[in-house]
Design a protein around this ligand. Structure first.
Ligand SMILES: NC(=O)c1ccc[n+]([C@@H]2O[C@H](COP(=O)([O-])OP(=O)(O)OC[C@H]3O[C@@H](n4cnc5c(N)ncnc54)[C@H](O)[C@@H]3O)[C@@H](O)[C@H]2O)c1
Length: 255
């Protein structure tokens, strides 16, 4: 798929990696619909991107809300052929913390946003994309999810987050297999540690040790590097059913 043909729903598009993808795609002629719970940042992000971008206040965990907004975005963009799931929360916390065992609600909310939310937007997008006119090789759409290297080597305090991201990795292949009959590809990016507001909120000592732990280049990832990976997946039709680590060779330590 050529980037100037892309009409994409991007969740988490108000911030960080999702916003970087939106910037990259719009710069290459695409239209984007930013889905986010943060109304203020979302409106500002869409305004900064100009006419090719719209903002839809959307909670990815709402089945009705997502379904309605995906349809509205499709109508406004004159089509929909890409879904990029970047909305996510950290959900950090120990199983047995100082205050006692982790509240079940913390675990459930993390899985709900990161995993169930990604599925929710993917299926709503696929339901519309299956009706697209087939392009080259019969392609009708692309779904890109965002996991994390914590799906493979989660640290202490990441039980909920790692479980949610492991689920994202796990659903990638069966979803790609199933949707292949519609010409819809599914791929996932598993980022290492990137400079985004999510990381900004961590204590400086944690940020420094994170950067030092990355073999090469020994720094945090740039959101543009995530965006160009998403663009590579969109334009390379032979990528399907796979999770790509994007991490400078890092393997997270237990803590
Ligand atoms: N930054 C990193 O180092 C890193 C590493 C690995 C994976 N990731 C993943 O990349 C994705 C993007 O992370 P980021 O660093 O850009 O974070 P971020 O906090 O900058 O952006 C996440 C966005 O998701 C939105 N969001 C949260 N809950 C939502 C919901 N229920 N519905 C809709 N929107 C919601 C937030 O408002 C925010 O704008 C996340 O899935 C994150 O887990 C990030």
């Amino acid at each position: 798929m050529q980037l100037d043909q892309v009409k994409a729903v991007i969740t988490g598009g108000a911030s960080g990696l999702g916003h970087a993808v939106a910037q990259h795609l719009v710069a290459h002629g695409a239209k984007v619909a930013l889905f986010d719970v943060n109304e203020e940042k979302g409106q500002a992000a869409a305004a900064s991107l100009g006419e090719a971008a719209r903002f839809y206040r959307t909670d990815v965990t709402s089945e009705d809300g997502v379904s309605a907004n995906v349809s509205a975005a499709r109508d406004a963009m004159g089509g929909l052929n890409v879904v990029i799931n970047c909305a996510g929360i950290l959900g950090a916390g120990r199983v047995l913390g100082k205050e006692g065992p982790m509240a079940l609600g913390t675990f459930a909310t993390t899985v709900m946003v990161n995993l169930v939310g990604s599925f929710n937007v993917a299926k709503a997008g696929a339901a519309l994309m299956q009706g697209n006119e087939a392009g080259e090789d019969g392609e009708r759409g692309v779904i890109i999810n965002t996991a994390s290297v914590a799906a493979y080597e989660g640290q202490i305090g990441q039980a909920a987050y790692s479980a949610s991201k492991g689920g994202v990795v796990g659903m990638t292949l069966p979803m790609a297999r199933e949707l292949s009959r519609f010409g819809i590809r599914v791929a996932t990016i598993a980022p290492g540690i990137f400079w985004t507001p999510m990381v900004d909120s961590m204590p400086p000592a944690v940020q420094e040790s994170l950067g030092a732990s990355i073999p090469f280049p020994s720094r945090l990832g740039k959101p543009e590097e995530f965006a160009t990976t998403a663009a590579f997946i969109l334009t390379n039709r032979y990528i399907n059913g796979e999770t790509i680590r994007l991490d400078g060779g890092v393997r997270l330590q237990p803590k």
